[in-house]
Design a protein around this ligand. Structure first.
Ligand code: C5P
Length: 222
């Protein structure tokens, strides 16, 4: 029997991981945060002082790197080899560098393979930028989540404050725009809405409303 795959894509800070996690919980599917994988290899490369455009070195490093997840509340724990990096991968230096690493074709090839393997093991909700277009193009449910830049910057701002990160709102807005620009214009599987994805604009919606909307879409499909 074919596993159910729910692909959730969209620009930075549109609420993908928050709602993807809740949707996964509601349906008892596995949740996979593909952004965390790009963040994890970016962190390792930075720790090892590797030039983030040095594709050969980063791909070689990635092939020898285990990236794993264990369940946790409110967030999954993320490990690079045996080191927990759950918080480290959310720091601003990583957030602002990850798109450079994510633009490397060899990195994407390796991570997409790993993501497909994960998706093959069970029913899954996977969030990212290219899940509906490249990783799981056959997914029966594809959601494209968007929200205004101001709304996304404000959400990120509130999240950051709780983590003790104090980047000013205006700067966050600029950083989000730059990251979206990089993610949408890279050569390999840029961020774009899959033709058959359902667009959900979350700008004036609560988290619960978004989860309900996606639940409805899934129930209509499966
Ligand atoms: O989702 P998150 O903001 O954690 O993703 C971090 C970055 O990883 C994105 O800005 C993008 O550069 C990259 N990414 C990607 N493809 C994915 C998921 C994330 O290129 N499927």
């Amino acid at each position: 029997k074919q596993n159910i795959q729910v692909a959730i894509d969209g620009p930075a800070s549109a609420g993908k991981s928050t709602v993807a996690k809740l949707v996964a919980k509601r349906f008892n599917y596995v949740y996979c945060d593909t952004g965390a994988m790009y963040r994890a290899i970016t962190l390792k490369a930075m720790h090892n002082n590797v030039d983030l455009t040095d594709e050969a070195t980063i791909v070689k490093m990635l092939k020898q790197t285990q990236i794993s997840f264990t369940p946790g509340n409110p967030v999954q724990h993320v490990f690079v080899d045996d080191t927990e990096v759950t918080e480290a991968i959310r720091q601003p230096e990583i957030t602002n560098s990850v798109s450079t690493v994510a633009s490397l074709a060899g990195v994407r090839k390796e991570l997409v393979n790993r993501q497909r393997e994960i998706a093959n093991q069970s029913n899954i909700v996977m969030d990212g930028r290219d899940i509906g277009t490249a990783v799981l193009p056959q997914a029966p449910v594809k959601i494209y989540l968007i929200a205004s830049v101001s709304e996304r910057a404000e959400r990120r701002y509130k999240e950051n404050i709780q983590k003790g990160i104090n980047t000013p709102l205006a700067q966050l807005k600029k950083e989000i725009e730059i990251r979206d620009q990089k993610d949408s214009t890279r050569k390999v599987s840029p961020l774009t809405k899959a033709q058959d994805a359902v667009e959900v604009d979350t700008t004036s919606m609560s988290i619960d409303q978004v989860v309900d909307e996606i639940t409805k879409i899934i129930n209509q499909t499966i």
